[in-house]
Design a protein around this ligand. Structure first.
Ligand SMILES: [Zn+2]
Length: 441
């Protein structure tokens, strides 16, 4: 039996109220504990864990040699609906998420209309209900994302917004950011900062450095990110609000967050997979391929080393993608005319395996923690449990399969990724959530 998703989705998911997953190693990212056990799902809930379970009447999923954890979450995606359905819809974005191993995403509010009124928050939650993915809207800090006056943050939070951000644009007005952080404290929701002081790199298209000079492209300097982070850390300290630094990309920024955390300031951060998989050299090596253009830009090998150290020592809490679909007609233009952003959901795990797990930067359990517990704790979302009686919200994966990412693996409505032809290490084989099974093989 299959369930068709609403709108223009071509994903069909299997309604699987009962399922017997056998042969797997269960990983609990809360504790890091791993054990060999079978798992039986009945009516969408975990009914039994262990050996010798009687499951003769339930469909079986052979997970021999694979791992099972609670479902992964990407806390930074752009689903483009409402307003830009030609790039992505909630249904197609959820399809990409499920195939990438994610059972939850938080979506950014630069839609049209933006997520700045409660009805848009509720629209998104409703649209996502039938999908196997939990979608958590992030609402605007400012009305229309114009940076002029605060959105109705309390009303938006009541409607289901989990955080506030004007992502895509920074909140330039320091007074507005101060008030947003004051509300953040009262509402107990983070403000997610797109950290960029625009006048420092107003027409930049890539990282400002040796490569941009050689290519003659205007650059975006590291200082434009770091000066805004410095401001927001000071404001977080002053107001007691929680600032979450989006898509951290520079060595200096990692150290700023590290020092702020040491002082007990409420600051958290995330890194996008492309920011540890590619450097600014890719712009040159790939001959101005516009799939190397994103915000913040690809930085240097030195920045990647600092990011890895930040992941290791806990400065960087979460791994995310900043999944940003754009249509081919928008990306297939001159470098300076192309919009910023690339897909991320489909390649997130394979790149993380290649760059983080295989080289030993983090173990599997620590990595999965940054994709499960950490984002949900930052957003105050209940963390799914891997225990009897809990709703089954699971990702079935391994961290070792080597495979090549091809165009056929793209599940988004758009195709803007630089990773076609890249080797991936580790594969998400299936997700289970809301009584639905999505297999990726
Ligand atoms: Zn951003």
């Amino acid at each position: 039996m299959t369930t068709d998703l609403p709108t223009d989705s071509i994903m069909t998911t299997e309604a699987a109220p009962h399922l017997f997953i056998h042969g797997a190693t269960l990983l609990d990212p809360k504790t890091g504990a791993q054990k060999r056990a079978d798992l039986l799902i009945r009516d969408g809930r975990i009914a039994a864990i262990g050996a010798g379970i009687d499951a003769s009447d339930a469909p079986a999923f052979d997970a021999t040699g694979k791992m099972v954890s609670i479902g992964w979450m990407d806390m930074h995606v752009h689903l483009r609906e409402p307003g830009f359905e030609y790039k992505e819809t909630i249904a197609t974005g959820c399809r990409a998420a499920a195939f990438g191993g994610f059972t939850a995403v938080a979506c950014m509010p630069n839609t049209n209309p933006p997520i700045h009124t409660r009805d848009v928050v509720e629209f998104i939650i409703e649209r996502a209900e039938a999908t196997p993915v939990d979608v958590y809207p992030i609402a605007c800090v400012s009305k229309y994302r114009k940076g002029e006056s605060l959105s109705e943050m309390a009303d938006l939070a009541e409607g289901g917004a989990v955080a506030f951000s004007d992502d895509g644009d920074p909140v330039q007005d320091t007074g507005l950011m101060r008030h947003a952080l004051e509300y953040s404290r009262m509402l107990d929701k983070p403000i997610i900062g797109h950290e960029e002081e625009l006048p420092l790199g107003p027409k930049g298209h890539m990282h400002e450095g040796e490569v941009s000079t050689r290519l003659g492209l205007p650059g975006i300097p590291t200082i434009s990110e770091e000066i805004m982070i410095a401001r927001d850390i000071l404001l977080a300290e002053y107001t007691g609000g929680h600032v979450h630094v989006a898509h951290i990309s520079t060595a200096g920024a990692v150290d700023q967050v590290r020092q702020a955390k040491k002082k007990g300031i409420r600051v958290t951060t995330e890194v996008c997979t492309h920011h540890f998989a590619l450097t600014d050299k890719a712009v040159e090596d790939m001959e101005f391929d516009t799939h190397t253009k994103m915000h913040p830009p690809l930085r240097t090998a030195m920045d990647i080393e600092a990011i890895k150290e930040g992941l290791r020592d806990g400065t960087i809490d979460a791994i995310c993608t900043d999944h940003a679909p754009h249509a081919s007609f928008e990306k297939e233009v001159e470098y300076i005319a192309a919009p910023f952003g690339i897909l991320g959901l489909e390649t997130a795990w394979g790149l993380t395996g290649r760059e983080i797990i295989e080289p030993g930067v983090l173990g599997v359990a620590e990595t999965v923690h940054k994709l499960t517990v950490a984002p949900r704790e930052i957003l105050r979302i209940p963390v799914p449990a891997l225990e009897i009686g809990a709703p089954a919200n699971l990702t079935i994966f391994d961290a070792t399969t080597r495979w090549t990412f091809t165009a056929a693996d793209i599940k988004s409505k758009s195709v803007n990724t630089p990773f076609v032809g890249h080797e991936m290490v580790g594969r998400a084989w299936a997700v289970y959530n809301k009584g639905q099974l999505v297999k990726n093989a």
